[in-house]
Ligand binder design. Structure first.
Ligand code: IPM
Ligand code: MN
Length: 364
């Protein structure tokens, strides 16, 4: 008997619906080839469009489905002109879902696929292959919407808890052990903590806990790097890294930097994982300027779906999907523009990817 999984789908704003559609199209082929499982979808509204209509970034039904589903696949959200009275963007879900449901582990793989345009001199596929683990339940962003402001000053504060620092450190070491390979440079399993403990006590506190946790994982090399040096290192020697673990805002910034080195954010999926719930999404925004023009690249959304399959326990299907994306790029089957957009858009990518899956799927 095939297993079935309930998946809540939040298509989001801008290019969201078209890249999510393309992803579901591809997932259909993945399920056919596997024959071992089926995905049952429930579609719900969330994002800036939802905020405009309902005054809330996510509907009550969507929130309920999110808590009931085995996993949630979310498209990009946000529209530049949809704002809250305080001027911040409305319709963003990170603050709601990650914090309210304690999805503390934001897993962001940065991997260089073949034939994508990287601004770096070293451009061999897989010469960049690391994961940024962004702590996403505390840190500076816990101040989202609750910082203090007077007419002449404003403050946001950074929160680090012992529990938060410890569980994310442990998660990083477990990821390092589980990842298929070590750092591209030397094959070693290595967890790098990125902080600014030379300046702030909160980071020194995190570092102490990280180093203490490291003692339980003798098979993994441990190192610490300051955030400014880490930004340079991701450009100068990205092959050195296997797992990078860091605070919420630093992880937000570093993952965009990493994304820029592997062909842009269109290549970057993310998982948001807690002890009970999880959702999967691209790390980029909703690109409303190119929505509906057959230009959107759904790769990040499709890779997010592969992460979701792995999380659901369908590791083989997940690997098959990721390998197919790799082959799609290796075989130059999609016309990539220098901006990272695709001539032909998400549906073209889905069509080509399904052909690749079918050609390799038979003997997988
Ligand atoms: C991300 C996004 C969000 C975040 C924004 C849109 C609030 O940039 O997931 O990286 O900062 O978490
Ligand atoms: Mn971001």
């Amino acid at each position: 008997m095939a297993k079935s999984y309930w998946v809540a789908i939040l298509p989001g704003d801008g290019i969201g619906p078209e890249i999510v559609d393309a992803t579901l199209d591809v997932l259909e082929t993945v399920q056919e080839l596997s024959g071992q499982f089926s995905l049952i979808y429930e579609f719900h509204q969330a994002g800036a469009g939802c905020y405009r209509e309902t005054g809330k970034p996510i509907t009550d039904e969507a929130l309920e489905a999110f808590q009931r589903a085995n996993a949630t696949l979310k498209g990009p959200v946000g529209l530049p002109d949809v704002r809250k009275p305080d001027g911040t963007e409305a319709g963003l879900l990170g603050g709601v879902l990650r914090v309210d449901f304690d999805l503390y582990a934001n897993v962001r793989p940065i991997r260089l696929f073949p034939n994508v345009l990287t601004p770096l001199a070293a451009n061999d596929p897989d010469s960049i292959d690391y994961i940024i683990l962004r702590e996403s339940s505390e840190g500076l962003y816990l101040s989202r919407g609750v910082g203090l402001k007077t007419r002449d000053a404003a403050t946001d504060s950074m929160m680090m808890t012992r529990r938060g620092c410890e569980r994310i450190s442990r998660y990083a070491f477990r990821l390092s052990m589980e990842k298929g390979r070590g750092a591209p440079e030397d094959g070693r399993r290595r967890v790098t903590l990125v902080d600014k403990s030379n300046v702030l006590r909160s980071f020194a506190f995190f570092r102490d806990i990280f180093l203490h946790t490291a003692a339980d994982f003798p098979a993994v090399e441990t190192e610490c790097l300051y955030m400014d040096a880490a930004a340079a290192a991701l450009v100068n020697r990205p092959g050195h890294f296997q797992i990078i673990v860091t605070e919420n805002m630093f992880g937000d910034i570093l993952s965009d930097l990493g994304g820029a080195t592997i062909g842009g954010l269109g290549m970057c999926p993310a998982a948001n994982i807690g002890d009970r719930l999880a959702y999967f999404e691209p790390i980029h925004g909703s690109a409303p300027d190119i929505a509906g023009q057959r230009l959107a690249n759904p790769t990040s959304q499709i890779l997010a779906a592969a992460m979701m399959l792995k999380h659901l326990g369908e590791a083989e299907a997940a690997e098959q999907l990721e390998n197919a994306v790799w082959n799609l790029y290796a075989q130059k089957r999609i016309p990539l523009m220098p901006t990272g957009a695709v001539k032909g858009g998400a549906s073209l990518v889905a069509k080509e990817l399904k052909a690749v899956l079918k050609s390799t799927g038979a003997h997988a």
